[in-house]
Design a protein around this ligand. Structure first.
Ligand SMILES: Cc1cc2nc3c(=O)[nH]c(=O)nc-3n(C[C@H](O)[C@H](O)[C@H](O)COP(=O)(O)OP(=O)(O)OC[C@H]3O[C@@H](n4cnc5c(N)ncnc54)[C@H](O)[C@@H]3O)c2cc1C
Length: 355
C-alpha cells in the first residue's frame, strides 16, 4: 500500500520479502467491501455478505449488517496492489538494522541474508516480529499477541459465521469465512498460551469439512509506536491489527495510506523525514483510545457466563445497536480515507529518492 501511494512520485522504491508477493496467505481475508471498492481491488473479491451469524452454546443470532463484508483472494489482491506501484522487488530475509554501515548521514542500512540495502526512508511492514525494532521485540507467548489458525477446505458455503463457544476456545472465537470455492475455518485465541490446533480441527470436523491447507500466525492486539530508530512501522509491526476482531488487513491498508502520503511529502520535498515521522506517529497515537476500547471488550467478553452470552448477543442484535456498533467499528479505519488517498496524483520530481 505504501509503495502504491508512492507510485509516480519519482521515488526508487524497493520491496523486500522472504517470499514472492502474495505467495503466503496470512489471513482469512475478510474486509469491508467498500475498502476493496475504494482501492480498485474488487477483482480479488470472492464472496460478499450482508449478514453475520453468531453461534453461542445457548442460541444463535443473525445480524443484518449496515454495510457488507467481503472475502478476497490473497494472491490476487497482492497482485493488484503490486500492479498499482512502480516499485522493484527482491526476495531476501531481513535480519535487522545494520550497525555502522550507513553510507551517508541520512541513510538507514538494513541487513538481509543477501547483503545490505540502504535508503533514507525505511519501512518495516514485516509483521508482528517488528524485525527492525531491534532486540527489544516481543516473544510469544509472553506478549500482547493472540494466536490464530485456520484450514481452507474446498467447498462453498453461504454464511459468514462466528462461534463464541468455550468448546472451541476459552477466550476468543471460531469462524467460517466462505470465499467462493473454498471456506476458511479457524479459531483465534486472545490468550497466546491456548493452543488452537485441536479446536480448529474440531470446528472443521463439526462442519463436516476436510482438515486441509493450514495457515496460522501470531496476531498483535496492542497498538505500538509507529516510528523508532529512523524506521517507520506499519501493519502488524506497529500493532495495527484490531483487538477483539483480529481484523488487521483493513488497518494495515489504512495506516499504509497515511504513511504513504507522509513519505510522498518527503520525496516531493514538502517536508523532511523527521517531520513525516512526527506526523505519522501522531496519527498512529490518535487511534490509541479506540484500540484500548476494543481491547477492553476483548477482555470482558470471555468473562461473561456462557448462559448469559446467548441472550446478550440476541439483545445486541437489535437493529439500532448493530448499526451503531458496526458503523463505529468501520469508522476506526473508514473507507473514505482510502478514497482520499488511494490513487495518488502522478508527478515526477527531478531526483529519485531511494525508499
Ligand atoms: C488465522 C488468521 C486469520 C486472520 N483473518 C483475518 C481476516 O479475515 N481479516 C483481517 O483483516 N485480518 C485477519 N487476520 C489478521 C491479518 O492477517 C494481519 O493483521 C495482517 O496480515 C497484517 O498484515 P501485515 O502486512 O502487517 O503483516 P503480514 O501479513 O504478517 O506480512 C508480513 C510480510 O513480511 C514478510 N516477512 C516477515 N518477516 C520477514 C523477514 N525477516 N524478512 C523478509 N520478509 C519478512 C512476510 O513474508 C510477509 O509477507 C488473520 C490472522 C490470522 C493469523
Amino acid at each position: 500500500m505504501v509503495a502504491r501511494q508512492l507510485a509516480g512520485s519519482g521515488a526508487d522504491v524497493l520491496i523486500v520479502d522472504r517470499y514472492e508477493i502474495g505467495e503466503r496467505q496470512t489471513s482469512a481475508c475478510g474486509i469491508p467491501t467498500r475498502w476493496l471498492e475504494e482501492l480498485d481491488l474488487m477483482g480479488s473479491e470472492r464472496q460478499r455478505f450482508d449478514n453475520l451469524v453468531v453461534h453461542t452454546p445457548h442460541g444463535d443470532s443473525r445480524f443484518p449488517l449496515p454495510w457488507t463484508f467481503s472475502t478476497f483472494d490473497y494472491r490476487e489482491l497482492c497482485a493488484l496492489l503490486w500492479e498499482g506501484s512502480d516499485a522493484r522487488f527482491e526476495t531476501a530475509k531481513v535480519e535487522g538494522l545494520a550497525t555502522g554501515a550507513q553510507n551517508g548521514s541520512d541513510e538507514i542500512a538494513v541487513e538481509t541474508d543477501r547483503g545490505i540495502v540502504s535508503a533514507p526512508l525505511v519501512i518495516d511492514a514485516l509483521g508482528w516480529r517488528r524485525v527492525l525494532a531491534g532486540p527489544a521485540g516481543y516473544q510469544p507467548p509472553d506478549a500482547p499477541l493472540s494466536r490464530g489458525l485456520e484450514v481452507h477446505p474446498p467447498g462453498a458455503s453461504e454464511d459468514l459465521e462466528i462461534w463464541i463457544d468455550r468448546r472451541y476456545v476459552p477466550a476468543g472465537y471460531g469462524w467460517s469465512f466462505p470465499a467462493g470455492e473454498e471456506t476458511r475455518i479457524g479459531v483465534g485465541s486472545f490468550d497466546p498460551k491456548f493452543h488452537v490446533r485441536e479446536t480448529t480441527e474440531l470446528l472443521a470436523e463439526d462442519l463436516d469439512r476436510d482438515v486441509v491447507r493450514y495457515q496460522g500466525n501470531w496476531i498483535p492486539h496492542k497498538l505500538r509506536q509507529a516510528t523508532g530508530r529512523g524506521v517507520f512501522f506499519v501493519g502488524d509491526s506497529a500493532g495495527h491489527c484490531l483487538p477483539l476482531t483480529a481484523e488487521g488487513i483493513r488497518t494495515a491498508l489504512y495506516f499504509g495510506v497515511a504513511l504513504g502520503r507522509e513519505l510522498r511529502g518527503v520525496v516531493e520535498e514538502r517536508q523532511t523525514r523527521e517531520e513525516a515521522a512526527t506526523k505519522y506517529a501522531a496519527f498512529n497515537d490518535s487511534h490509541e483510545a479506540k484500540f484500548k476500547w476494543m481491547l477492553r471488550v476483548q477482555k470482558i467478553v470471555p468473562r461473561i457466563p456462557p448462559r448469559l452470552l446467548g441472550p446478550l448477543i440476541k439483545l445486541a442484535g437489535v437493529k439500532p445497536f448493530v448499526h451503531w456498533s458496526f458503523n463505529h467499528y468501520l469508522q476506526i479505519a473508514p473507507p473514505e480515507f482510502a478514497a482520499q488517498g488511494g490513487t495518488p496524483a502522478k508527478n515526477t520530481p527531478k531526483t529519485p529518492t531511494p525508499v
